[in-house]
Design a protein around this ligand. Structure first.
Ligand code: HXC
Length: 513
């Protein structure tokens, strides 16, 4: 008996060494944590329950017959993060470069399937050289099995990918389907084809970091939602995210008790500049209105003309979508529309109420935008807001012009509470552009065309550049003072907790892709 127990202990110890001490040392030398150290940092102390520790790979070709490593290069199991259950996998680069085999794909699929049945988030820690080359189609099939489960799990449980090393080739498509991608600067990279292939095909010389590093994906491609300086900070932020989101699509985000701190709300009455063309920082407004230090911005460095992220207001978790007048005047373009739409759909899928701040001059004009499809990409944001049935609250701080007024969670597309500040301007287009079209002949015929243009602009501003016309029609539920906004938001989000709304029965919608 004793012998058998000792054997089990010995096997467990062996499994924990992954590819062996030398490989673990090599991993550390590269400045990377081991797959197990990462799990320790991610989950609550002592909460990790490992599964499939004794799984071994079964291939015999190209030297694999000599590979006899317990666990086969991926650690899987269940744990708690801030007291909440999660499923996880952590690829171990010390075993054949963390490459994906038929058997380790089965381990990953097993925890993913369990996560869906249990209704708990799945977190994947990726550090892999891709498909195990010696295995051929077995490993490719393993990837496909994972892609299928990523897709089936989408909207059922939150899926978070953390890239902590290489993630190349077709392997990138698993993180790409998941809800959030975290990367580490100068440590992780993602690309479909690496620098060598790029050089052969396009003759471009480019480094791994420039082609597919964290900064590249967080600011240029938008593939990464977060880029942090090191692994510890990255994993801490994954933990932070778990606090804002529910466990599954039937669950709701957990409220926390929030004792009111000193909110300097009078300051907020002076934040909108007198000139409607002058920029201001929407983040300042957001941070004044929400619970202190509660903003977790998503896609901070990508398409900065729109701001998205999680926050708490009165202890309730909300998803914020806001135009940013301090960047490109808050205009909606292709990237900001796609960024906003994906975030709205995540929040709607997981019952996170939406709080929308509007200061938008419209959609960005130009051949670049038109030829690249601003019509279909802008439609994504519109579609996402239209289909969302979660509580939806809008505050128009200044401009709400043209189609962008409709798109930004207007009353017409099922906004539950739509407020405007007295500084709001709701119109088909900006005053100058508008009068140049409708009074073109009068202005041209006037003795002093410039004076006539100014007169007409003033007339237009008087009539339309305010929130009262919309309020008369009931398109706004209230015109409120900026310093009243926080209390109103807490009131309505509490009220909306019992909201029920549905969409017509269908197989699935056809969002313009
Ligand atoms: C088998 C692999 C491997 C792989 C790495 N290794 N990648 N073994 N299959 N895909 C092994 C190496 O042979 C080596 O073994 C160990 O892992 C560490 O790799 P190194 O090259 O020494 O590490 P490093 O210098 O850090 O380079 C990492 C790397 C490089 C850039 C990831 O290993 C690499 O280019 N690997 C191949 C990447 C690739 O082309 N993968 C296939 C992509 S296509 P030893 O025994 O020497 O320590 C793909 C298709 C998916 O994934 C399709 C899905 C639809």
């Amino acid at each position: 008996m004793k012998e058998k127990l000792e054997k089990l202990t010995a096997l467990r110890e062996a499994a924990k060494l992954g590819g062996g001490l030398d490989k673990l040392k090599a991993q550390a030398k590269k400045g990377k944590l081991s797959a197990r150290e990462r799990i320790e940092l991610l989950v609550d102390e002592g909460s990790f329950e490992e599964t499939d520790m004794f799984v071994k790979q079964r291939s015999k070709d190209l030297g694999l017959d000599k590979i006899d490593i317990l666990g086969d290069g991926v650690i899987t199991g269940f744990a708690k993060v801030n007291g909440k259950p999660i499923a996880l996998f952590s690829q171990d680069f010390t075993v054949l470069g963390g490459s994906l085999s038929e058997t380790n794909a089965q381990k990953i699929c097993k925890v993913m399937e369990a996560a869906m049945k249990l209704g708990i988030p799945i977190i994947g820690l990726n550090d892999s050289g891709g498909a195990r080359i010696q295995e051929g189609v077995g490993s490719l099939g393993g990837y496909a099995d994972i892609f299928l489960l990523n897709t089936l799990a989408s909207g059922v449980v939150p899926q978070i990918s953390v890239i902590l090393g290489p993630c190349a080739g077709g392997a990138v498509y698993s993180p790409a389907i998941t809800d959030f991608v975290f990367m580490v600067k100068n440590l992780s990279y993602m690309f479909v084809t690496g620098p060598n292939v790029v050089k052969t095909v396009t003759h471009e010389e480019i480094t791994f970091e420039e082609l597919g590093g964290a900064d590249t994906h967080a600011s240029k491609s938008g593939v990464a939602h977060f880029a942090f300086d090191n692994e510890v900070e990255t994993l801490q932020n994954v933990r932070r995210m778990i606090d804002y989101i529910p466990m599954n699509y039937k669950d709701r985000p957990e409220d926390i008790t929030y004792s009111e701190k000193n909110h300097d709300l009078i300051k907020i009455d002076d934040l909108i500049p007198d000139s409607s063309n002058k920029p201001y920082d929407m983040k300042e407004i957001i941070n004044l209105l929400i619970d202190s230090d509660s903003f977790m911005e998503v896609h901070k460095d990508y398409a900065q003309n729109i701001i998205v992220g999680f926050a708490r207001i009165g202890g309730m978790s909300v998803g914020i979508v806001a135009n940013q007048p301090a960047h490109l005047a808050g205009v909606l373009d292709i990237n900001s529309s796609v960024k906003g739409a994906r975030f709205v759909r995540f929040c709607d899928a997981f019952n996170i109420p939406l709080l929308v701040f509007v200061d938008v001059p419209g959609f960005l004009p130009g051949t670049d935008q038109e030829w690249n499809g601003i019509i279909k990409h802008g439609a994504k944001l519109l579609y996402a807001f239209c289909e969302a049935t979660v509580p939806k609250v809008t505050v128009i701080t200044r401009k709400a012009y043209g189609g962008a007024y409709d798109v930004m969670n207007s009353k017409h597309i099922r906004g539950d509470f739509n407020f405007a500040w007295p500084t709001a301007e709701i119109a088909v287009m900006g005053p100058k552009g508008a009068v140049e079209i409708i009074f073109k002949k009068e202005i041209a015929a006037a003795a002093d065309p410039e004076a006539e243009l100014n007169n007409k602009v003033n007339e237009y501003v008087e009539k339309f550049a305010n929130p009262f016309v919309a309020a008369e029609r009931g398109y706004l539920d209230g015109i409120i003072l900026p310093h009243e906004t926080r209390d109103k938001l807490i009131y309505v989000f509490n009220l909306l907790k019992t909201k029920v709304d549905t969409n017509p029965k269908k197989k699935h919608g056809n969002i313009p892709l």
